[in-house]
Design a protein around this ligand. Structure first.
Ligand SMILES: Cc1cc2nc3c(=O)[nH]c(=O)nc-3n(C[C@H](O)[C@H](O)[C@H](O)COP(=O)(O)O)c2cc1C
Length: 218
């Protein structure tokens, strides 16, 4: 079995807790200052409300973002190209989907310009970023002109799609399905080609990039 040593080493600015939140405990500390009895009563009242669906408060989108922000992920750039256009976007809403056949999925915001290129080309590439590629992630998360994004980043073409130099791994997919999912579109791709690079992963956690050193013993 593989052994992992995880040595967190934040890149750039350190994680700053939101106002009113505690760095160590993460949660909102306002209840604590008022004393434990107040906190307990509040918890009981909240449980009672949640047991009655009609009384449940509308879920808060900010809390939703924060809750999923605690799900540490890698960072990838999804690239695509047609005969006349190419581009890419930083993404972490992606995963492997199936082994037989080999499928992967990526969630695109409906107004992501990369989605238009993927629709037209019928293909996309997942470039898993290395710890030293934070700047690449920032470029592809930006709204700079689509054509300029790849222009400033070292890349080559594999199976007809742009692959970012230094990526930890890459997977080229042909588009199989596009499924509506609220303000996003789920793209399912069948794997056409892939390969591995070297290094450590770039990690996204709590709204920040992190450099996490993983040493795998085989
Ligand atoms: C860490 C991180 C992860 C992101 N994940 C996604 C994602 O999974 N899907 C998505 O549509 N946008 C995601 N974004 C936002 C896009 O990168 C951003 O909207 C980008 O400007 C889209 O570029 P485009 O319009 O050129 O396609 C993410 C941004 C960051 C910083």
């Amino acid at each position: 079995m593989a052994k992992l040593w995880i040595v967190p080493a934040p890149v750039g600015t350190t994680f700053a807790p939101a106002p009113g939140r505690d760095r160590l405990h993460g949660g909102n500390q306002r209840g604590r200052r008022r004393g434990p009895h107040v906190h307990e009563n509040r918890g009981r009242r909240r449980r009672e409300r949640y047991n009655d669906p009609a009384m449940a408060p509308e879920p808060d989108p900010e809390l939703f973002r924060e809750a999923f922000g605690r799900f540490a992920t890698g960072v990838a750039v999804i690239t695509s190209a047609t005969a006349t256009a190419s581009g890419g976007m930083t993404a972490n809403a992606l995963c492997s989907l199936s082994l037989d056949p080999l499928l992967a999925l990526v969630c695109f915001e409906n107004n992501a310009r990369t989605l238009s290129i993927v629709r037209e080309s019928g293909r996309f590439a997942v470039n898993v970023l290395s710890a030293h590629q934070e700047e690449v992630a920032r470029v592809f998360a930006s709204k700079m002109p689509e054509s300029e994004k790849l222009g400033g980043v070292a890349h080559r073409f594999e199976a007809g799609l742009p692959i970012i130099e230094g990526a930890l791994s890459w997977v080229v997919c042909s588009l199989r399905d596009l499924i509506a999912g609220g303000d996003h579109t789920i793209a399912i791709g069948q794997v056409a080609a892939m390969d591995l690079g070297e290094g450590d992963p770039l990690v996204w956690y709590g709204g920040q990039y992190h450099d996490v050193r993983l040493r795998v013993e085989r």
